[in-house]
Design a protein around this ligand. Structure first.
Ligand code: FMN
Length: 344
């Protein structure tokens, strides 16, 4: 990955997927048992996951798992294939250790993903599927129903993504009334496709939400059909600190400048849920200290994407090693003991 940074970003990304598929990744070995954590009925051998957007078509989920991730989330996938926005649409903000993307759900569609996941063994690592909607679909819930029916039976969890900034109208689905309808319909489609009890359903939210928005989302989340929340997607905000020439590009900002605002949202959601709902903390994680801070703020699991681009795949192993050191430092015997520690 660091040498790949000499290439244009989309070329580098294709090459990263391609080299993963070549299968040159060494076996990461077993995880320290202190890193094991349970959430929504699943036991994870470690809490560090690959965030959505890296493997949009589930082409490389198996080798990605071999980088040492405790789970991999593929997608966002839409019912029909779509090309996404015109290029350029992906920008490295190297000085800021950040990325801006306005890809707009470029992906090969649910049928292609289902083909890639066919024959997946239940014990072959934990896989989440992140669902989006096609740009021109008017009744958005239909797209999530299609995704849930087709891919629910192949996934360990399903995530509803209503927080990408690059599909017009998408983030409005985070409002209380549309969200209630969306969650109910997706949950029903999932249960029907899986013969009663489907995999857990999660919701991925934006960092650009008001306190009232968060209260509404948590109220819907606690009604019973959602098993957890993923906090957060990329931001449309542009912190004054940004120093890279691409800082003013339109799209979602990820990486280091997202760490503080997304962790603040995580902290608020944890306070509102009172620990009743597992949270996946994502946004700007680039070290064991960052991952541990998210867990202390209320995350049961964490995810990352942008730091992989800057730090390379050895980052996952370093984060896990450092997490064990932090647990030892704080006299804790498991990740679960650290969840939400800042509030206790
Ligand atoms: C290039 C790129 C593409 C992304 N695509 C998606 C996507 O399709 N669906 C989604 O839910 N999140 C997507 N994300 C957001 C990430 O999953 C994550 O929430 C965000 O980047 C914050 O984490 P990070 O700072 O570790 O990258 C994308 C992020 C990047 C950088």
């Amino acid at each position: 990955m660091p040498p790949l940074r000499l290439l244009p970003p989309e070329t580098a990304h294709r090459l990263a997927i391609w080299s993963l598929k070549l299968g040159l990744t060494p076996d990461p070995g077993p995880d320290d048992p202190r890193l094991a954590v349970a959430a929504f009925g699943i036991t994870f051998t470690n809490p560090v996951g690959l965030a959505a957007g890296f493997d949009k078509n589930a082409e490389a989920w198996r080798p990605a798992q071999r980088l040492g991730f405790g789970f991999v989330e593929v997608g966002s996938v839409t019912p029909r294939p779509q090309a996404g926005n015109p290029r350029p649409r992906l920008f490295r903000l190297t000085r800021d250790r950040a990325i801006i993307n306005r890809l707009g759900f470029n992906n090969d569609g649910v049928a292609a993903m289902a083909e890639h996941l066919a024959g997946r063994k239940p014990g072959a690592g934990i896989l989440g599927v992140n669902l989006g909607k096609n740009k021109e679909t008017v009744d958005a819930a239909i797209d999530y129903e299609i995704g849930a029916s087709r891919l629910g039976p192949l996934a360990n969890y399903i995530a509803i993504n209503v927080s990408s900034p690059n599909t017009p109208g998408l983030r409005a689905l985070q409002g209380k009334v549309p969200l209630q309808d969306l969650v109910r319909r997706t949950h029903r489609a999932l249960a029907e496709a899986c013969g009663g009890k489907g995999p857990p359903l999660l919701l991925k939210i934006a960092p650009d939400l008001t306190d009232q928005d968060l209260e509404d989302i948590v109220e819907v989340a606690l009604q019973g059909e959602l098993a957890g929340l993923i906090v957060t997607n990329t931001t449309i905000a542009r912190p004054a600190s940004l120093g890279s020439r691409h800082a003013r590009e339109t799209g979602g900002l990820s990486g280091r400048p997202l760490f503080a605002p997304s962790t603040e949202i995580l902290r608020r959601v944890y306070r509102l849920t009172g620990g009743r709902l597992p949270l996946i903390g994502v946004g700007g994680i680039a070290s064991g200290a960052d991952a541990y801070a998210k867990i202390r703020a209320g995350a049961t699991l964490v995810q990352l994407y942008t730091a992989l681009v800057y730090e390379g795949p050895g980052l996952v192993r370093r984060i896990k090693r450092d997490l064990v050191d932090y647990l030892e430092r704080d006299g804790l015997t498991s990740i679960s003991a650290a969840i939400g520690l800042d509030r206790r």
